[in-house]
Design a protein around this ligand. Structure first.
Ligand SMILES: Cc1cc2nc3c(=O)[nH]c(=O)nc-3n(C[C@H](O)[C@H](O)[C@H](O)COP(=O)(O)O)c2cc1C
Length: 345
């Protein structure tokens, strides 16, 4: 089925991993005529089945699931000791004697992939890597449209080559992690509009634009530049149904003069969020921490403790450069507002 005919408004609520992305939010967006996406990367197969059942209880409309394309690492003791040492200023500031080790490094992508085939959402999107052509074929045989996240035009060509139905062109302004997989993350520096233009020129499949899209006028402009739809993350993070920590939501709604910036310190992959004490403490060593997902798992206990204390200075405050324009309202109302603004623009 043609991907973009699945939802009437060209608005995708971006997947936002880390607990913010609730079935209620996804269903509300899809019911309002956008495409809701569930961030499934951190979910076990059973948790994924339960969340998809809940989405299907709340909507009969199409929705997307989203995964990180990744292998499971096996870091050695020396690497872990070094990594814990780099994080020492943070865990000593929390009053800890040592950094607890996580129970696992990440979910098993192969198991998630089989669960995805069983659950058959209308759409699946991927980031952090690229599939094998045979995997795309299996998804297509199951009737699932396949979308790859890209940060360079070459990455878009790679997804097109293996049969993807569309790509999400994620500019450097976007909140959360960079999806870069063909070049070093520091080299994927294009802003969303330049990346959109380069990608539309390079590929024949539909391009979905992401990064710093906060209102209907922004959407209209991206469509005029050749996007077939947009994906918005930060705007939906502050929606009423978003389950992010109240202290995080408060910071997003009142960012003041705090800048957003890219950091690798939380997870080992560059990601954009509001600058806070964790980022500043780790700035000097952030290029030395282990790659995703090892660093992400190692900082899990720190972020969980920050959530328990309600202390946003140790949380990952992921959001895009447009955060000051984020508006709190129910997700369906946000879709309606964006559509009305597009029409008025
Ligand atoms: C908190 C947060 C978590 C995110 N998690 C994911 C994710 O799990 N998978 C993914 O493909 N994109 C993820 N993204 C990217 C969004 O889906 C979206 O593409 C991006 O936020 C668009 O840029 P914007 O924040 O400027 O709207 C995340 C973004 C944020 C802010």
């Amino acid at each position: 089925m043609e991907l973009l005919s699945l939802f009437p408004h060209p608005i995708i609520q971006g997947p936002t991993a880390g607990g913010s992305n609730t079935p209620a939010q996804i269903a509300a967006v899809s019911n309002a005529g956008g495409l809701g996406s569930l961030a499934a990367s951190l979910l076990t197969p059973d948790a994924l089945r339960a969340q998809v059942a809940e989405i299907r209880r709340l909507t009969s409309k199409p929705f997307a699931l989203n995964f990180f394309v990744q292998g499971t690492p096996a870091p050695d003791k020396a690497e872990l000791e070094r990594a814990a040492g780099l994080l020492k200023p943070v865990w000593t500031a929390l009053g800890w004697q040592e950094l607890p080790l996580p129970a696992k490094w990440c979910e098993d992508f192969a198991a998630q992939f089989e669960t995805l085939l069983e659950l058959k959402p209308a759409v699946v999107s991927f980031t952090f890597g690229i599939l094998q052509r045979a995997q795309v074929q299996r998804l297509h045989e199951a009737g699932i449209a396949v979308v790859g996240t890209i940060t360079t035009a070459e990455e878009a060509l790679a997804w097109q080559e293996i049969g993807a139905d569309a790509v999400i062109a994620s500019g450097v302004e976007a909140g959360g992690h960079r999806g870069t997989f063909l070049v070093p993350q520091t080299e994927a520096t294009l802003g969303a509009e330049d990346l959109l233009l380069a990608t539309v020129a390079a590929v024949g499949i539909p391009v979905i634009s992401a990064g710093n899209i906060m209102n209907g006028a922004d959407i209209k402009r991206r469509l005029a530049l050749g996007a077939k739809a947009v994906q918005m993350g930060t705007a939906f993070l502050v929606a009423d149904e978003s389950a992010i920590h109240p202290a995080y939501k408060a910071r997003l709604l009142n960012p003041g003069e705090t800048p957003t910036r890219l950091t690798r310190a939380f997870s080992g992959r560059y990601a954009r969020g509001l600058e806070n004490r964790f980022m500043r403490e780790m700035a000097a060593v952030e290029t030395q921490v282990p790659a995703y997902p090892v660093q992400n798992a190692l900082t899990g206990s720190i972020r969980a403790e920050a959530a328990r204390r309600g202390d946003a200075e140790w949380m990952s405050l992921w959001c895009g450069t447009g955060v000051a324009k984020a508006r709190a309202m129910p997700a369906a109302k946000l879709v309606e507002t964006l559509v009305a603004e597009m029409q008025a623009a």
